[in-house]
Design a protein around this ligand. Sequence first.
Ligand code: ADP
Ligand code: VHF
Length: 373
Amino acid sequence: MRKELLKKVKRIVVKIGSGVLTCEDNGIDPSFLDGLASQIAELRARGIEVVVVSSGAVAAGRQALGLPDRPRTLPQKQAAAAIGQSRLMRAYEEAFSGYDLKVAQILLTRDDLANRRRFQNARGTLDTLLSCGIVPVINENDTVVVDELKFGDNDNLSALVTNLVEAQLLLIMTDIDGLYTADPRTDPTATLIHQVGAVTREMERGAGGSGTTVGTGGMATKLAAAKKVVKSGVAAIIFAGKGDGNLARVMSGELLGTLFLPAGESLNRRKHWIAFTIKPAGSLVVDAGARGALATHGKSLLPSGIARVEGRFDRGACVRVVDPEGIEFARGIVDYSSQEIEKISRHKSNEIEQILGFRYGDDVIHRDNLVLL
Ligand SMILES: Nc1ncnc2c1ncn2[C@@H]1O[C@H](COP(=O)(O)OP(=O)(O)O)[C@@H](O)[C@H]1O
Ligand SMILES: N[C@@H](CCC(=O)OP(=O)(O)O)C(=O)O
């Protein structure tokens, strides 16, 4: 199964967690980077393109500043990241140059990928770098983002980058050998899950936060990242990054870590962007009939099925679509503003012009702009 999946892989995203990249004193571990560079050089020689999403800026900055503890406030983290990011890139450059590989730094914020033009610009840059044989090293642009503009963790960022570059595989290298039924640091009965066909509530309950002082998000964010990529027909593997040659071993089909199988039906890149990259500006609560029309009959959302509008948003915004039980089951781009939807909700589409004095079309969310979650 793994070997079959891996055969088709031509482009991968490799996410490297802080715990993998740093030593005991939280400084960057040059021997890890040397091993990584040699394995990536081998993959490139086999014709596989590699994009790296690397954490470690805050940890490297903390060590440079001699801080005994993890920085707590956002400005402290941002300052640490600013100091650490250049050290991180220098370490990458040094390690990769030993294998005749060049690296390029790309710093992104959620805003960059939520804006369709910037998303396309980033994609163009990444495609060009890859075609020149360069290894892009991506991190969140920690110094400029405030909380609501953050990806929050690099697991999430790596899932969005996988969609951005249309990679066929996401590899998450971390400080533990995969997804366990519970956090083995706190539950000695936890067992490793080798393969996941569908992410279950139980798995989500068992995936906790980070067990270290350098990690962010823990297994919960890795599971969420894997869930996102499988939706676009891409596989993900979470495995221990520290072991000798583990990246090469995983790529040769060895049964390391936890493999997440791609979901049957896959989202195209634009729909994936709607579902996961743009931040919803509000919600539309729909009735049971509309839920059925959208979820089982593949229809667009009409004003007649909308029971309530939550939040203020303009035409073109992304919104959550919520059923009468309060469960979000879809996301989409609206053709009318929140104020316009308030006026036309519960009405038939042929009444739109009479109510508003104009009409853009019959649907509040057209099927092409709607994603079922
Ligand atoms: N169900 C689980 N399976 C495996 N690890 C888990 C689980 N729940 C929580 N964890 C914790 O998640 C940690 C890995 O996440 P994190 O520290 O954020 O690493 P990274 O820096 O690689 O992102 C593990 O060391 C472990 O303590
Ligand atoms: N952008 C931050 C990393 C944030 C993060 O998600 O860290 P990790 O959980 O170690 O992948 C940094 O470079 O320190």
